[in-house]
Design a protein around this ligand. Structure first.
Ligand code: FAD
Ligand code: EPU
Length: 357
């Protein structure tokens, strides 16, 4: 039997490129938690680094704008995406090393964040329990240094591995390299749209250091009858609190807080306090004060308001919602009106937290 080998036949990337299923005009409605009915010109779901390399090496998409998609829980599509969407579906969780005090646990970027947190809790790897039930994938967690209930991932982040879209090489970023801040990282700023985060390693405690200082956690633990909290009970308390006030995206489309809590000078806070004694603010180490944007928005009368299917959640004014068939730009326009009214009433600029596409 004669076997004719094309030189490309031996090329794995070539093989993958031709076997990968890149769909065209793919609906993204079920791939973003706002439930916005946008579509992607090209859409590829990648389950390995080789597949990511293959699709990025395909000349057909070399000129296309790229969007990396995780769980779609921090995005607002204001139009169809006229480029290539790469859905990161890399899976795998591994304990890579341990020492006397820490476990180093590596998760592939496509793992679901809450499932990863539950895995850590089941194995008594401590540090992520306050971040239970945050939607989305592990790969997106460093993008905005996800945070809740007094903890941010930077507190237990060790390093990440990311694939450079243009040079097609893997890079390692340490905690310092990521330039984490409140809902910030280098990947949202100077390195925006340049990397695909393929894996993240966390440094987790063997001897838990619980953080229950956030008032609501202590109250919830008390209500649960817990006097000696563990990482398991703290996680459960956080899940209870979150479920009681944040809308479940499976029922009402949303992307969590739409705006960041703004940081203002102490003098500005004091001036606000004179005029609005109930203003909610938290002192920061740098002397400034972080204001509760939800309070500012509620005081402007937005809580529970809607315009068509675009609305402001009735329990949490910081969360904008899609009651059904809102268009992305209707939600965006609502957010602009909110920004303007907060600026007018309080002289405070809100900044959107959600990524606008
Ligand atoms: P996506 O929405 O898919 O993407 C977000 C951004 O990251 C996009 O710019 C995307 O291009 C980029 N991106 C995604 N994956 C990668 C990757 N692998 N490599 C490079 N870039 C990538 N956030 C908090 O911080 N704290 C909260 O308490 C919180 N609560 C929430 C509650 C609800 C109900 C909802 C819906 C959202 C909440 N969020 C919260 C926001 C959201 O869950 C996080 O921002 C989450 O990390 C987004 O993950 P994702 O996989 O869905 O990212
Ligand atoms: N508040 C109001 N009215 C509202 C909402 C809030 O007055 O409608 C006031 C209340 O005084 C409340 C305070 O704001 O005590 C703070 O509210 P909450 O505890 O709900 O937290 P948040 O500041 O609104 C932030 C994060 C959330 C995170 C929670 C818990 C941001 C932008 N949001 O919300 O993150 O889960 O704290 O730590 O920092 C997200 O990023 O998507 C997100 C949900």
């Amino acid at each position: 039997m004669l076997l004719i080998l094309n030189s490309n036949f031996l090329n794995f990337e070539y093989y993958l490129r031709n076997s990968m299923n890149v769909t065209e005009n793919q609906s993204l409605k079920h791939l973003n938690t706002f439930g916005i009915d946008a579509s992607a010109r090209y859409f590829a779901e990648c389950t390995s680094l080789e597949e990511i390399k293959a699709v990025l090496s395909d000349k057909k998409y070399s000129g296309a704008t790229k969007l990396i998609l995780g769980g779609g829980s921090n995005l607002l599509f204001t139009k169809d995406f006229d480029g290539l969407v790469i859905k990161n579906n890399l899976k795998g969780i591994e304990l890579i090393k341990e020492d006397a005090d820490f476990y180093y646990v590596r998760s592939a970027g496509g793992e679901v964040w809450h499932e990863f947190v539950m895995h850590c809790i089941d194995h008594n790897y401590a540090g992520l329990e306050n971040l239970s039930l945050i939607p989305g994938n592990v790969g997106a967690s460093p993008m905005q240094n996800i945070g809740a209930y007094g903890v941010e991932i930077k507190d237990s982040f060790h390093e990440l591995q990311a694939f450079h879209i243009n040079d097609k090489a893997l890079h390692i970023f340490t905690n310092t390299d990521c330039k984490f801040g409140y809902r910030e990282s280098v990947f949202k700023r100077e390195l925006k749209d340049q990397f695909i985060i393929t894996a993240v390693t966390f440094k987790l405690h063997k001897h838990p250091v619980l953080n229950t200082s956030y008032g609501a956690i202590e109250k919830e633990l008390e209500a649960m009858g817990i006097t000696n909290p563990t990482i398991q009970s703290v996680s459960k308390a956080v899940c209870n609190i979150r479920s009681s006030k944040l809308p479940d995206p499976k029922k009402i489309g949303n992307a969590g807080s739409f705006f960041k809590n703004p940081e203002v000078l102490k003098s500005k806070y004091e001036a606000l306090q004179n005029e609005f004694p109930a203003v909610v603010g938290y002192p920061l180490e740098n002397g400034n004060v972080k204001l509760a944007a939800g309070w500012l928005i509620e005081q402007c009368g937005w809580k529970g308001k809607s315009s068509g299917d675009a609305g402001v959640h009735k329990l949490q004014a910081l969360v904008l919602v899609n009651y059904g068939n809102a268009k992305g730009n209707e939600i965006y326009d609502l957010s602009t009106k909110i920004l303007e009214s907060v600026k007018e009433k309080f002289g405070v600029e809100l900044e959107r937290e959600v990524n606008i596409i």
